[in-house]
Design a protein around this ligand. Structure first.
Ligand SMILES: [Zn+2]
Length: 459
């Protein structure tokens, strides 16, 4: 096990080392559940799911914690708008979030802490910060973190306090009650009608940043191994998480890893610019495996386009996997006994060990697909079987399920007929093969035999 990751804090690739040998503790910032998930959520989830699957496949015991923020200003606003309670809003959108992730075959976290379930731990952490002088109260508002009291502030996002103060000072909405405009809220006192919990400072709710510090430390302990998030959370959210934990005397995450944003036509996706695409819409339009492949074709840290052309290209890559699976079925290859190509497995491992280079890992798998098809063409079934088994194994590590042909098209009857035709062709029974093709043609199904295998579509 020699995984190197690009550590956001170190700003370079470093060897991933673990607090406890053979075990990895991971915390990934989860969603604030006030709306349906968008394709950016899908990318982040696929990236960290793939990293998790790879670490498990490498023999590590992974404890994967990812939270749900179920109390926050946006949830309160949505509840007021829809005439629902905050917990009804949170529950509805959490269910929608996980329903879409299930379609992407993203493994559920080992633990999914909800912010409202950890209020006592947050109050304790805030109390510690008040007691040691890193936090202060403002009447009628709540408790704030004193950023100037924490000298390492900015170590994750590589910003210095002077620059931060300068840009904060230029803003018009400077809150004069705070000691400094960069100070952030730890405990927000409730306005009438807002949901609240008791605290030494009055009824209120936690700030968003303290939620993740308290839940990560509470569930994984000091000096846990890996903290992940989308790179829009580096500052201020993750930076504040570090400051809160550090100022309270805790060692926080040993490594930081961030996934890039999704862009549409080189612009940040956002509701305000009208280029927002829900994850449900993308997964209704494309095979969820195509979404996954599209994500993994880009290095996880880079910003990426995830529009129709990327998803269409990925869908044809998925077709190549399914065609290969059908060819293997047609000659009744038993994948459970086929051996794996260890050399390819090694190259795959080398790619993934190098900061989870999924584009290189996928290229190795696609090359194996091509060679498996060549082996089938030459009727070298033994070589083909090894290659197909290798493709299946390595694609599986990336969370791409192949060989479930009934899922590839949503019409298992036609898939079966395509398999029957390939079986007939493999047996040189061309009369049967042609008859099946003609029958399918008659109902508007076009079969395409390509070098990479057979696909079908409706006319
Ligand atoms: Zn977080």
């Amino acid at each position: 096990m020699a995984v190197k990751i690009y550590d956001t804090k170190a700003r370079k690739k470093v060897a991933l080392t673990f607090r406890d040998e053979g075990k990895v503790s991971v915390y990934v910032c989860g969603p604030t559940v006030y709306d349906v998930p968008h394709i950016g959520h899908g990318r982040t989830a696929v990236v960290f799911d793939t990293i998790r699957r790879y670490l498990i496949w490498s023999g590590l015991e992974v404890n994967f914690v990812s939270n749900v923020t179920d109390i926050e200003d946006k949830i309160i606003a949505r509840a007021a708008r829809d005439g629902l309670t905050e917990s009804e809003v949170a529950q509805e959108f959490e269910e929608k979030y996980f329903a879409e992730l299930d379609r992407l075959v993203v493994m559920r976290p080992d633990v999914t802490p909800h912010a409202t379930g950890y209020i006592a731990a947050m109050v304790k952490l805030i109390s510690d910060l008040v007691a040691n002088g890193h936090a202060y109260t403002i009447d009628d508002q709540g408790v704030y973190f004193d950023v100037s009291s924490y000298s390492a502030y900015g170590e994750l996002s590589h910003r210095d306090l002077a620059t931060l103060l300068e840009s904060a000072g230029a803003r018009v909405d400077v809150d004069s009650a705070k000691r400094s405009p960069v100070d952030f809220v730890l405990w927000k006192l409730a306005k009438p009608g807002e949901p609240s919990w008791d605290s030494p400072w009055g009824a209120g709710r936690p700030g968003w940043h303290i939620e993740c510090s308290a839940m990560a430390l509470g569930l994984l302990g000091d000096g846990f191994d890996l903290h992940g998030a989308g790179d829009d959370l580096v500052f201020p959210h993750n930076e504040n998480e570090i400051a809160q934990a550090g100022a309270a005397g805790h060692e926080f995450a040993r490594h930081w890893i961030h996934s890039g944003m999704v862009q549409i036509n080189a612009e940040k996706m956002s509701k305000s610019s009208g280029n927002f695409r829900s994850l449900a819409d993308a997964l209704d339009t494309y095979d969820p495996r195509a979404f996954r492949v599209a994500v993994l074709l880009t290095q996880y840290r880079s910003a990426m386009e995830l529009g129709d052309s990327e998803l269409t290209a990925a869908a044809s890559a998925v077709d190549r996997f399914d065609s290969l699976a059908r060819r293997a079925m047609a000659v009744e290859i038993d994948l459970s006994t086929a051996s794996i190509d260890r050399k390819r497995e090694q190259s795959f491992r080398a790619a993934m060990d190098d900061d989870f280079a999924t584009p290189a890992a996928l290229a190795i798998i696609f090359a194996a697909v091509s060679e498996a098809n060549q082996a089938f063409d030459c009727e070298d079934i033994e070589t083909a079987a090894t290659l197909v088994a290798t493709v299946k194994e390595l694609a599986g590590v990336l969370g791409i399920v192949i060989g479930r042909i009934e899922d590839s098209s949503g019409d298992s009857r036609i898939d079966q007929l395509v398999v029957d035709r390939e079986t007939a062709r493999a047996n040189r029974d061309f009369a049967t093969a042609d008859r099946i093709r003609d029958n399918l043609e008659a109902e508007g199904v076009v079969i395409a035999d390509r070098a990479s295998g057979t696909t079908w579509h409706r006319r």
